[in-house]
Write a protein that binds this ligand. Structure first.
Ligand SMILES: [Zn+2]
Ligand SMILES: [Zn+2]
Length: 260
């Protein structure tokens, strides 16, 4: 299968797992499509510059469950195109009412800047509205979902946001890390973040028994367990030095940074 799209880049991770990426935007956001025997899971829906459901429909006709890693605008962009939406219970209100104190102007500035490829004519950053709507399912730590021969576990990994989820497919050793771990600047400096929880969440995923591959929400796609261990060491270092709190700034670790 070869999918061509002007905005999205589709990469096949394996037979029935796809990364759907937005390399034309400075954030390099990744969403993931996991095909099961009964239904498919779409982990996040991208920025919303282009409609991700068009690409998804070209890959599968199965019913889609949208699994929200966290309710930041760059991960819920096309939520409005789907009916079945999962979110952690602590971010239900963000999904229905938006994030308190985050100005729409700032979101519009960030969505519209540093775009390197042509956008669809329908996209206007000055009119961009982050998705708001009701989820159909609320999840908690340890909940599982069976797509039909593919079992997923939701791991509550707060810190970057209060209801942040990593999604773990133990059988294949896939860990979808969203904004907890990627190869860039990891953020936990907003008022709604929590550096010490972030550190604990990184520790939690490092304790998983079997991880073959990390599938992050941004930037480099091919991350392995060793990278997760590097981030773990960095977090332990910061905690030991008492730096796992707001306002301590950008901490540099070579291939990644941690911004508290
Ligand atoms: Zn985020
Ligand atoms: Zn993000």
């Amino acid at each position: 299968m070869h999918i061509r799209d002007d905005w999205f880049t589709v990469e096949r991770i394996d037979e029935d797992t796809f990364a759907i990426s937005e390399y034309g935007h400075w954030e390099n956001v990744h969403s993931y499509l996991l095909i099961g025997g009964r239904c498919a899971a779409l982990i996040d829906t991208g920025i919303g510059i282009s409609d991700i459901s068009d690409v998804v429909k070209r890959i599968t006709r199965l019913p889609i469950k949208v699994l929200t890693t966290h309710v930041h605008w760059d991960h819920i962009g096309s939520h409005g195109r789907f009916d079945d939406i999962y979110v952690h219970e602590l971010e239900e209100e963000w999904l229905t009412d938006g994030i308190p104190g985050l100005p729409l102007e700032q979101i519009r500035r960030d969505v519209g800047r540093d775009i390197s490829i042509p956008v669809p004519p329908s996209f206007d950053p000055d009119r961009y509205e982050p998705f708001r709507g009701k989820p159909t399912a609320l999840v908690r730590d340890g909940d599982t979902l069976d797509l039909g021969g593919r079992a997923l576990t939701f791991l509550h990994t707060p810190g970057h946001s209060p209801g942040h989820l990593c999604i773990y497919e133990e059988k294949r050793g896939y860990l979808f890390t969203a904004d907890l771990i990627y190869k860039g600047t990891l953020y936990a400096f907003y008022p709604t973040t929590d550096p010490s929880r972030f550190v604990r969440s990184v520790e939690k995923v490092n304790g998983l028994p079997f991880v073959t591959r990390l599938l992050p929400g941004h930037l480099d796609l091919g991350l392995d367990r060793a990278f997760m261990a590097d981030v773990g060491r960095a977090c332990r270092q910061l905690a030991a030095a008492g730096l796992d709190r707001h306002g301590t700034g950008v901490h540099e670790f070579g291939s990644f940074q941690i911004y508290f």
